[in-house]
Design a protein around this ligand. Structure first.
Ligand SMILES: [Zn+2]
Length: 286
């Protein structure tokens, strides 16, 4: 058995943990641990994420740019619609902008958009979209009214430091929107789908938060919480497919049964119990 390198909780320093899942989908030697005190979920080892990992596209290895852009279209639109009124005529930076799908939506209503992305081979594509993307947030020539950081924090080795690094780039009265996956996802916490856990736990997700541990992390980084929202990305048919067929993609295979009205109600119930797949927190510096 591989030696467990991470034995103390990043969030609270506690050394008492349970093994939540043996192995992750791309590495049988890395276990998913959960702190018994605060509930933070973290990997038994994160030494595989070196300084060049994201620069060289390690996260999306094997995907073409075209299929990646297609795969994120629904989330890009959802994020845009969620923030549309708040970002109008504002200067916005998307930190860890990936394929810039969100920025390509946001640029139509913002005063100016910027992105921060480590992955080098995307820069030619960014130029073709006339987007100003930088490797480091300190290179952006002006302060931003809004900074978005979607599904990035769980990939960083030091989430508090990552959040702290955004502060100098934020204008006075600026806001940051942090979106991350939720440990309490119904497929894990309610339906306890073993196959879903085999699929979802991944060597790139170094930490998985719930409402409490996310709020503790942002407070530690010197922010106050303006608003917290639970978001459900996947539909009822996706969940039923996991439960009955033990596979992903139910929202596509059973699309004809996936009625919008049912999903609105289903999301409402999941939000009520805090067991959605996703969370967004709006924060500002203390
Ligand atoms: Zn802890």
């Amino acid at each position: 058995m591989a030696e467990r390198k991470n034995k103390t909780c990043y969030n609270c320093g506690c050394t008492d943990y349970k093994i939540m899942h043996k192995g992750v989908r791309d590495n049988a030697d890395i276990d998913v641990l959960q702190c018994k005190k605060c509930g933070l979920v973290f990997l038994s080892d994160n030494s595989h994420i070196g300084p060049d990992f994201y620069e060289n596209g390690g996260m999306i290895a094997g995907y073409s740019l075209e299929s990646w852009i297609n795969n994120t279209k629904i989330d890009d639109k959802r994020r845009f619609l969620f923030l549309k009124n708040k970002i109008k005529n504002k200067v916005l930076t998307d930190f860890g902008c990936g394929n810039a799908g969100f920025l390509n939506n946001a640029k139509n209503v913002c005063k100016k958009v910027y992105g921060v992305e480590l992955q080098k081979d995307l820069y030619e594509y960014f130029r073709s979209c006339s987007l100003d993307i930088f490797q480091n947030i300190s290179q952006i020539p002006e302060k931003s009214d809004i900074i978005t950081i979607f599904h990035v924090l769980e990939h960083t080795k030091d989430p508090v430091k990552t959040l702290e690094s955004l502060k100098p780039a934020l204008s006075e009265n600026g806001r940051i929107f942090v979106e991350v996956p939720n440990t309490k996802d119904a497929l894990i916490s309610l339906y306890k789908s073993k196959k879903f856990q085999d699929f979802v736990f991944w060597s790139c997700h170094l930490y998985i938060f719930d409402k409490k541990t996310l709020e503790q992390t942002v407070k530690k980084a010197g922010y106050k919480i303006e608003k917290f929202s639970y978001i459900q990305r996947y539909s009822l048919m996706n969940h039923l497919y996991w439960i009955l067929k033990k596979k992903p993609g139910g929202h596509k295979v059973w699309a004809k049964y996936d009625f919008k009205i049912i999903n609105i109600l289903y999301s409402f119930i999941l939000k009520l119990f805090g067991i959605t797949d996703t969370m967004i927190v709006e924060i500002s510096p203390c």
